[in-house]
Design a protein around this ligand. Structure first.
Ligand SMILES: Cc1cc2nc3c(=O)[nH]c(=O)nc-3n(C[C@H](O)[C@H](O)[C@H](O)COP(=O)(O)O)c2cc1C
Length: 374
């Protein structure tokens, strides 16, 4: 692996590899701790957790590792209108509820906690990094995070977003390439315009900001890691690759869908949550977005709340056609193994890829100096 950089030293990790926060149950405490114990850095994706659950997750990770770990929340987004279109959304979902033997869905109520309460709980977990996506928390939240001594990392899908994050005081920017699985972090401008692939996004952000850049989106093996480092990233963040680890908490039907999917089988959808996210195409996604269906889907987090009971029941019944199968375009490279095995493989493959780069560089030098090349 390349010489350790500032970020690695600060976090006392051996490898420039972050396990992405995987909100929704992917990142169990077992996974986060196994990643940290293997010399990489694990995140608790706490976006959907209540303050109590955040406390529990933190304690559970701490009981399994003495290493540093991170926590992630969704930056607050404007509340979507709760109007008559919601009744139509409920009606559209009713047949699916019936198919899974569930009573008809009801309109989501106001959640009993907000970002402020989640943040207070997150800051008590003992995490040493706070990362966020979907926007930028308010200045007072950022001050509270920094006052606690946590490193701050925010997600950018464009150069402008990265500059906004730097201005807000982040210690590192996580770039999210359009290949990546899960929700898009885009918070400035148009979602479609912000679909920038990792190979384009990373060097442009690296050139624009002074803080370290962590590359994410479509990175599944050591070749991807070496490429991201060559583009100027200080570290990488992998999501999909960790979902098929033994310690991940995704339902087996979800894991199998990833293990059997190809690079052309994921798509950006609003069907499950109301916010654009990349997942493996399935029946629910296709049916909800057929015709003008996509326009009738309420915004995040309303649609997310409306489909949650459906997704929970589908997980219990092993019905992948109703699960949000978040995954990136690198799915074909996913393997089932332990987190420690994955990290050992990533480290080995990165060294091999860097070795190949060095060999080609020597070959180019020889060619330039008129030596023989075959
Ligand atoms: C199931 C799943 C859940 C995710 N949850 C979060 C999250 O809670 N917070 C966050 O910042 N990013 C989240 N992400 C996005 C990742 O941080 C990262 O951008 C993405 O996984 C990178 O692409 P890859 O999946 O191709 O590795 C999630 C991704 C997936 C696949």
């Amino acid at each position: 692996m390349p010489a350790s950089n500032n970020l690695l030293q600060k976090l006392q990790i051996q490898h420039p590899i972050f396990q992405a926060p995987l909100a929704g149950g992917g990142d169990t405490p077992e996974l986060v701790a196994a990643v940290c114990n293997a010399g990489a850095f694990g995140f608790i994706g706490a976006g959907y957790l209540s303050p109590e659950q955040i406390g529990e997750a933190g304690r559970s990770v701490r009981a399994k590792t003495s290493r540093q770990f991170g926590i992630n929340l969704f930056a607050p987004t404007p509340a979507p209108p709760s109007d008559a279109s919601l009744d139509m959304a409920v009606q559209r979902l009713s047949p699916y509820y019936a198919e899974l033997g569930l009573p008809a869905p009801t309109l989501p109520g106001k959640p009993p906690y907000g970002f402020a309460e989640q943040l207070t709980a997150a800051l008590e977990t003992g995490a040493s990094v706070f990362s966020f996506t979907f926007g930028i928390p308010a200045p007072e939240a950022i001050r509270a995070i920094k006052a606690k001594g946590l490193l701050l990392m925010g997600t950018a899908t464009t150069v402008e977003e990265a500059l906004d994050l730097e201005k807000a005081g982040v210690d590192a920017v996580v770039t999210q390439g359009s290949e990546g699985g899960g929700h898009r972090g885009t918070f400035r401008g148009d979602f479609h315009a912000a679909m920038i692939g990792t190979i384009s996004l990373v060097p442009q952000v690296v050139d624009a900001v002074r803080v370290p850049v962590v590359a994410s989106g479509g990175i599944m093996d050591g070749r991807g890691i070496a490429a991201a480092l060559a583009l100027g990233a200080s570290a990488v963040q992998l999501g999909t690759a960790f979902l098929t680890c033994n310690e991940s908490g995704v339902p087996e039907a979800y894991r199998q869908a990833i293990l059997h999917a190809g690079e052309d089988q994921t798509r950006i959808t609003r069907a499950f949550s109301g916010r654009p996210a990349r997942g493996i195409v399935n029946r629910f996604m296709t049916e909800m977005e057929s015709g003008d269906g996509a326009e009738k889907i309420p915004l995040f987090p309303l649609q997310n709340a409306l489909t949650r009971p459906l997704r929970t029941a589908a997980a219990k019944q092993g019905r992948a056609e109703f699960l949000s199968l978040w995954a990136g375009q690198g799915v074909r490279l996913a393997r089932r193994q332990s987190a420690a095995e994955l990290i050992a493989r990533l480290v080995r493959e990165t060294e091999e890829a860097i070795g190949r780069l060095q060999a080609s560089s020597q070959e180019i030098s020889r060619a330039k100096s008129g030596g023989t090349t075959r």
